[in-house]
Structure formats: C-alpha cells, structure tokens
Design a protein around this ligand. Structure first.
Ligand code: PLP
Length: 307
C-alpha cells in the first residue's frame, strides 16, 4: 500500500484569514487516493502487515452500507493481495449503492446481516460462528480502530508539521484523533470535531488514550457542537459551506467528517478562538467516495472532484 511521503500540505489564502492574522494549511490525505479516506490507509497499514505475518490471507471487518472503512478495506486488501470479507449492516438491496458496488468489484465478499445480529459484532460466539462459516480471518473492528490502527495514525504528522500551533481533525471512532494526539510536539494543540451528537465522545477519547497508554507533549480540545444534527445528518448551512469552500479553494469536502470540521474551524476563526499568529493545520482525511452515496440518499448534489 503506497503512501506518498510526505503527504502534500497546501496553504490556502483568503482575505478573511489575513484580516484575522491566521495561517491555514490543509494536509491532503484525500490525495493519497481520491476515493479512499486517507486516514483509513494509516489505520489499515499495520493491521494488514500483522495479518500477513500471522499467515492470515483474509481480512474480515464490519460497516454500514456507505462506510468509508469498508471501501478502504476492500481497496487496501486488494492492493496487498489479501482476501476481504465485509459484514454489512442491513439487507442487501439491488442495485448496490456506489460504495458497496465498488467494494464488491474490488473482490470483497459482502455478507449482509440484520441490525439486531449486527449488534453482536464484538461477541466471541458470533465471531466463532463467522469463523465456522468463512474460515480463519484477521479481524478488524468496525471503523477500524484498534492498537495497530493508532500506531498507524501516529505516522500522519511529520517533522515539517511542527511549524503548526493547532492541528485539526474530525472524529468518528477517535482512532485518528488518538494517534495524532500522541504524536504532537510540545506547544501544539489538537482540536477534534466530533461528527456524532453527544458528550459521550469526551469519555470515549479519554478511554482510548488510557487503554492504549498514549502520552503527548501537547494538549487537546474536543468540540461537540459541529455535528450538524448527528452522524450522517446535515443542515443546509453545512451543504452551503461545502460548496462555498469548493468555490473558494477547489477542495472537495465530505458532509460526514471533513465538511463538519472545516465548518467548525471557520466558525472558531470568526469567533476569535485562535490567537493572532496561529498556524492551523487541518487534516483532510478524505472520505470523498461517500459523496456519491450521500447524493444517492438525499438527492443533494455535492462537489465531487478534488484535484
Ligand atoms: C473514518 C473517517 C474519519 C474518522 O476517523 P476515526 O479514526 O474513526 O475517528 C474521519 N474522516 C474520514 C474522511 C473518515 O473516513
């Protein structure tokens, strides 16, 4: 799985930023592969190596019907010559949506289970049943966050990124955030923008940091007011912002993660959260394959091209 090293960082310019005395750059993980969420490659990298070193030729994982993680796992497994099985929440409906159609085309075996059964996805008995059915496999949890995923996300930032005072990331399961946090330099602050509604994410992140014994030289803050209604929910102001951002900078955002984060960053700049002289690095984690599914689901058109 080839990751360009270093990942391109792009400074954007806008009179509003100048006015506020702030620099803003975007780390373009979306350019790793325009369709695969860049952070997912980092999360999968060491897991696929581990799977191979354990002599397991099949990866099994879980996800919803529009999942970036499913899409990325199908792509990465194929690139590494591994078989993949996706356990998908819900019933199979024909034609498959763009995400699942592509995963299947890449060779992923899709297995659909109902929502009740899906809830058992971490249950040892349920996993034993899957082994009886599919043979031995290397298990990656839903969303892809585990010990080796966090080892991978600690490799997102490089030396050059030490110039930034603030690093911004969207949060789903928090695996990306946790890795970024552990790799901060002193005096750097990590800002997390939760895509999910609720204050539980504070606990979730604290739990991840504790479980994986992650220490940091920097600090962090999590914002829970930019979810735009909840996971996979949206408000018109979010869609408008995504179009505005595209028109200004020719960079495509997705409405599930990066759009909410960028909206939040822009709002915080407006409100004077960042001191003059701040240098902000926004992690564009990709996820643009999801834009097709979003449009299928909502009939709302989104920008699709990001080069
Ligand atoms: C999965 C994903 C995230 C969230 O990553 P976590 O490690 O689960 O927090 C953020 N952005 C994009 C584009 C994603 O696909």
């Amino acid at each position: 799985m080839l990751l360009p090293n270093p990942i391109p960082t792009q400074f954007i310019s806008h009179s509003f930023l100048e006015e506020k005395g702030i620099e803003l750059a975007i780390k373009r993980l979306d350019l790793v592969n325009p369709m695969v969420s860049g952070n997912k490659f980092f999360k999968l990298k060491h897991n696929l190596e581990q799977s191979k070193s354990q002599g397991k030729s099949t990866i099994l994982t879980f996800g919803g019907a529009f999942s970036n993680h499913i899409y990325a796992t199908a792509e990465a497994a194929k690139a590494e010559g591994l078989e993949s099985i996706g356990i998908i929440r819900g019933e199979r409906s024909e034609p498959l949506n763009a995400t699942l159609a592509h995963a299947e085309k890449l060779g992923m075996h899709l297995h659909f289970i109902d929502r009740t059964a899906y809830r058992n996805k971490t249950d040892p008995e349920f996993l034993a049943d899957l082994k009886a059915r599919f043979g031995d496999f290397y298990l990656i949890p839903e969303g892809g966050t585990n010990e080796l995923a966090i080892k991978g996300t600690q490799e997102i930032l490089d030396l050059d990124d030490q110039q930034f005072s603030h690093i911004c990331s969207s949060i789903g399961t928090g695996g990306t955030f946790a890795g970024l946090f552990a790799s901060l330099d002193s005096n750097q602050k990590l800002l997390g923008f939760s895509s999910l509604k609720g204050e539980f994410i504070h606990q979730e992140i604290a739990g991840l940091l504790e479980k994986h014994e992650l220490k940091s030289q920097g600090s962090y803050e999590i914002f829970t007011n930019y979810h735009s209604g909840g996971y996979a929910k949206y408000k018109q102001e979010l869609i408008d912002f995504i179009w505005w951002f595209y028109e200004q900078f020719e960079i495509v955002l997705d409405p599930i993660y990066t759009g909410k984060m960028a909206f939040g960053i822009w709002d915080l700049i407006k409100k004077g959260y960042f001191p003059k002289g701040s240098k902000i690095l926004m992690i564009h984690s990709g996820g643009l394959q999801g834009n097709m599914g979003f449009t299928e689901r909502t009939r709302i058109k989104l920008p699709t091209l990001s080069v």
